[in-house]
Design a protein around this ligand. Structure first.
Ligand code: DP6
Length: 349
């Protein structure tokens, strides 16, 4: 691509990552989830995407260059090419413009924090923003909903990152307007959960041996699949009520059981595998003991990897932070102190 040209337009969006409390694990065609899921959007762990639009010489094909942290990344560029090819009607400007995407993560690559949620969130927002002039005046709400749908088509969990606080993805009777196509914000939140913290304990920073895509596919024909999907849907409804009621006890038992159930699915799939490491179990046990002894409502959750997310209320942040800093020095590589965030935002370039 001719880098010497000046861009016609430059659009930058920052989108945070999210941590699921009720897990999405198993999907159908077109990134339709097998069950509803619910997550908390983070604050400090985000991706920033800058999209530049250029005059396109030929009207044929999609012309894209993708850079991650300043370096050309052909693997992700190919994934994006494929994604854009199937979304031509959503991004009509791609007919007239070639694009360059520059992406940066706020968190070091080596932490193993899943970046596809924040990356696809920021990419979908930037591309949707560039398409705005082609569509009728949209409300902010429908812009976000559409961007959430487009983020989902890139990476399922990304669709939940488009909202501040808590988001739900998947049709579920507890929230009217919920859908398999996009996520919605959960608005009825008790004060207890309004400023939840998430300390991410990095146990292992190596790339995962089995990708989430493979993990999702192993739910096809999994002996416990149907029970698991029903359980997650029921728990999603229950979690929505728990968040409104401010019930920490039930929050903790559901969040922890979800984490262990997710990994149990991996352990019991046909091609079984283990993503937890010995350090993961050490951390989990320490958290459970600390809760028992201190009576502080703190709990753990996991995503598809060995690192542990520790959740606790704003009111307990000093005590929990001291405990984590003192007791985990020797068993984790790093601790990232994050918390619930305000959702994505557009940056003025
Ligand atoms: C364990 O969203 O990464 O984090 O749709 O294939 O991109 P794809 O999968 P992805 O799966 C995330 C799974 C999870 C649970 C969750 O975030 O709900």
């Amino acid at each position: 691509m001719s880098a010497q040209n000046e861009p016609i337009d430059t659009i930058t969006w920052r989108c945070p990552s999210n941590i699921a409390l009720i897990k999405y694990w198993g999907k159908k065609e077109n990134q339709i989830p097998c069950n509803a899921s619910l997550s908390m959007t983070l604050s400090k762990s985000f991706t920033e995407v800058t999209l530049q639009l250029f005059e396109k010489k030929s009207k044929e094909g999609i012309v894209l260059d993708y850079f991650f942290e300043g370096k050309k990344n052909t693997l992700f560029e190919e994934r994006l090419q494929k994604y854009l090819k199937t979304r031509k009607e959503d991004f009509p400007f791609l007919k007239e413009h070639s694009i360059i995407i520059n992406s940066y993560n706020s968190f070091p690559h080596s932490t193993g924090i899943a970046s596809s949620a924040s990356a696809f969130g920021a990419i979908a927002l930037s591309l949707s923003d560039a398409s705005r002039t082609y569509f009728k005046e949209e409300s902010e709400e429908s812009f976000l909903r559409n961007a959430s749908r487009l983020a989902r088509l890139g990476s399922g969990s990304a669709c939940r990152s488009l909202y501040s606080g808590f988001a739900l993805w998947g049709e579920n009777k507890s929230v009217s307007g919920s859908s398999d196509e996009f996520a919605v914000k959960i608005t009825d939140i008790h004060d207890n959960f309004k400023q939840l913290h998430d300390a991410i304990l990095i146990v292992e920073s190596e790339p995962k041996k089995v990708s989430s895509s493979v993990g999702h596919s192993l739910m096809e024909g999994h002996p416990y699949a149907e029970k698991r999907f029903a359980q997650a849907n029921e728990r999603t409804s229950r979690m929505v009520k728990v968040l409104a009621r401010g019930d920490f006890e039930e929050f903790i038992s559901m969040a922890e059981s979800e984490a262990l159930t997710l990994h149990a699915m991996m352990l019991t799939s046909k091609d079984y595998y283990i993503l937890m490491r010995p350090g993961t179990l050490t951390v989990i046990e320490k958290i459970m003991n600390f809760r028992k002894e201190s009576k502080i409502p703190v709990c753990f959750t996991l995503d598809a990897g060995p690192n542990v997310h520790v959740l606790y209320a704003e009111a307990d942040q000093n005590k929990v932070r001291d405990f984590l800093n003192n007791d985990f020095k020797n068993c984790v590589k790093e601790i990232i102190f994050d918390k619930m965030g305000d959702g994505p935002r557009k940056l003025i370039s």
